[in-house]
Ligand binder design. Structure first.
Ligand SMILES: NC(=O)c1ccc[n+]([C@@H]2O[C@H](COP(=O)([O-])OP(=O)(O)OC[C@H]3O[C@@H](n4cnc5c(N)ncnc54)[C@H](O)[C@@H]3O)[C@@H](O)[C@H]2O)c1
Ligand SMILES: O=C(O)[C@H](O)[C@H](O)COP(=O)(O)O
Length: 376
C-alpha cells in the first residue's frame, strides 16, 4: 500500500510504518502525477484536495487531513467518488487555546495593562474557542461567547451577539472556520466598518483563518489607530502575507498557533485510528509512547504566581517572542513563511510542565489551566 504523506506530519513512521510504504511529499506543491498511484493520502492545510489533484487516481482508499479546518478539501468531490475522508477535529484545540492565552499575557506585560480584570470576547465557540475560554476562565477572566450556530443548536452555554462583544470586550479572539457563503459566513467578518467600530484599546487576536479579517482594511485602520493591538497568526494570501501588515502586529507568526508537539501528534494519531478502522485492523499504537519527556522535570512554586510569574511559567513552555522575532526576520525571504513552519520546533502544551506547591487549593486554577502535578 502506498501512503503519500505531507513531509510536515510528525510520527508518521511509527504509526503508519507497518501499514505500507510511506512516501513523504511537499504538501504545498503536490501534483496529480505524484498522487496517481497512492492508496492513502495524508495532508495538512496547505494541500488543495480536489478533482484537479485526484481525478487521475482510481485506487485511492482514504484521504486524511491532520487538521481541524477542512476548507482546503473538496468534500463534495470526495463524497461523489466515495473516497472516505477524515480530518482531526480538536487535535490542536489546546495548542490554539494556550497560544491565544499566552499572547494575551504577553500583551498585558508589554503594555503594562493586566489581563486580570479584562473582558474577553470569543467569536466561534467550537474546539479552539472553547479551549481559549477554558484557559481564560481558569485564570478568572470574564469570557463572552459568540456563536449563533451553536446557540441555535441548543448549546447550553450563554451566548451573546457579536455587537455585544464589540461593545463590551477588551480583547476579541477569533475562532471561526472560513466560510464564504450563507447566513453566518465568516469571510471578512471583520471588514473595514467593523474594524473601525472596535472600541478604543481593543486587542484583536486571530488564530483561525486570515480572510476572516479584511487584511487591506486592517492595515488602513491600524495605521490610523495606534490604540488597537494585534496578534496575527493567520494571514490573507498565505504563504505571502501583505508585507505592510506584519510590522503592524504586536505578535506575528506563520500559522503555527496549533503547532504543539501534542497537537500535531494527536492529528497524526487520529488519522491512524481512522485508517485502521477503515481497514478493519486494531490500532495498537499508543499516543503517549510518541511524546518525548519535557526538558524541565518540575517547577517548585514558593508562592501562588501573580500575572508576571504566570507569564514566566508559560514562557517555560512557549516563548512566543522567539517565533515572533524569527517571523519578522524571515517572512520576506523566498519561502520564508513555509520554511519557518517546516522547521518549527514544536512547543509543548502546559500539561508537559509539572508544578509543585504545598498549599493546593490556592493553585487549583493552575491545574484547570492545564499544568500538571499541581498539589500532588
Ligand atoms: N492557527 C492555527 O494553527 C489553527 C489551528 C486550528 C484551527 N484553526 C482554524 O480555526 C478554525 C476553528 O477551529 P475549531 O477547532 O474551533 O473549529 P470548530 O468547528 O470546532 O469551531 C468553530 C465554531 O465557529 C462557529 N461559527 C461558524 N461561523 C460563525 C460565525 N459567523 N460567528 C460565530 N461563530 C461561528 C461554529 O458554530 C463552531 O462552533 C478552524 O476551522 C481552522 O480554520 C487554526
Ligand atoms: O486547521 C487546522 O487544524 C490548522 O490550521 C492547522 O494546524 C494548520 O497547520 P498545517 O496543517 O498547515 O500544518
Amino acid at each position: 500500500m502506498k501512503i503519500l504523506v505531507d513531509e510536515n506530519m510528525p510520527y508518521v513512521e511509527p504509526l503508519f510504518g507497518d501499514l505500507g510504504d510511506i512516501i513523504p511529499v511537499n504538501g504545498r506543491t503536490l501534483t496529480a502525477e505524484q498522487v496517481r498511484e497512492a492508496d492513502v493520502l495524508l495532508v495538512r492545510s496547505v494541500t488543495k484536495v480536489n478533482a484537479e489533484l485526484l481525478s487521475g487516481n482510481n485506487k485511492l482508499k482514504f484521504v486524511g487531513s491532520a487538521t481541524i479546518g477542512t476548507d482546503h478539501v473538496d468534500l463534495a468531490y470526495l463524497a461523489e467518488r466515495n473516497i472516505p475522508f477524515s480530518n482531526a477535529p480538536g487535535c490542536n484545540a489546546t495548542a490554539v487555546g494556550e497560544f491565544a492565552f499566552i499572547a494575551m499575557l504577553e500583551l498585558a506585560q508589554r503594555f503594562n495593562s493586566p489581563l486580570k480584570g479584562k473582558v474577553v470576547g470569543i467569536v466561534g465557540a467550537g474546539n479552539t474557542g472553547t479551549a481559549t475560554a477554558k484557559c481564560l476562565q481558569a485564570y478568572g477572566i470574564k469570557v463572552l461567547l459568540n456563536d449563533p450556530i451553536k446557540a441555535a443548536e441548543g448549546d447550553p452555554r450563554s451566548f451573546v451577539s457579536l455587537e455585544t462583544i464589540m461593545a463590551q470586550a477588551d480583547i476579541i479572539s477569533l475562532h471561526v472556520p472560513i466560510t464564504r457563503t450563507g447566513e453566518h459566513k465568516t469571510k471578512h467578518l471583520f471588514d473595514e466598518a467593523r474594524l473601525k467600530a472596535l472600541k478604543p484599546n481593543t486587542w484583536l487576536v486571530n488564530c483561525c483563518r486570515g480572510d476572516v479579517i479584511d487584511n487591506q482594511a486592517l492595515i488602513k485602520v491600524k495605521q490610523q489607530r495606534d490604540d488597537l493591538k494585534l496578534v496575527l497568526d493567520v494571514w490573507e494570501g498565505e504563504p505571502t502575507p501583505l508585507p505592510e501588515l506584519v510590522p503592524l502586529a504586536e505578535f506575528a507568526t506563520p500559522h503555527i498557533a496549533g503547532y504543539s508537539l501534542e497537537g500535531k501528534a494527536r492529528g497524526t494519531f487520529m488519522l491512524y485510528q481512522n485508517l485502521c478502522q477503515l481497514l478493519n485492523i486494531t490500532a495498537d499504537k499508543s499516543l503517549l509512547d510518541l511524546l518525548p519527556t519535557f526538558n524541565i522535570k518540575a517547577v517548585e512554586l514558593a508562592t501562588a504566581p501573580n500575572e508576571k510569574a504566570l507569564l514566566q511559567l508559560a514562557r517555560f513552555v512557549y516563548d512566543l517572542r522567539d517565533d515572533d522575532k524569527m517571523f519578522r526576520n524571515t517572512f520576506l525571504n523566498e519561502n520564508g513563511f513555509d520554511t519557518m513552519r517546516k522547521n518549527h520546533q514544536h512547543r509543548r502544551e502546559f500539561s508537559a510542565l509539572a508544578l509543585a506547591y504545598d498549599g493546593q487549593s490556592e493553585v487549583d486554577w493552575l491545574s484547570n489551566l492545564g499544568f500538571s502535578g499541581v498539589g500532588q
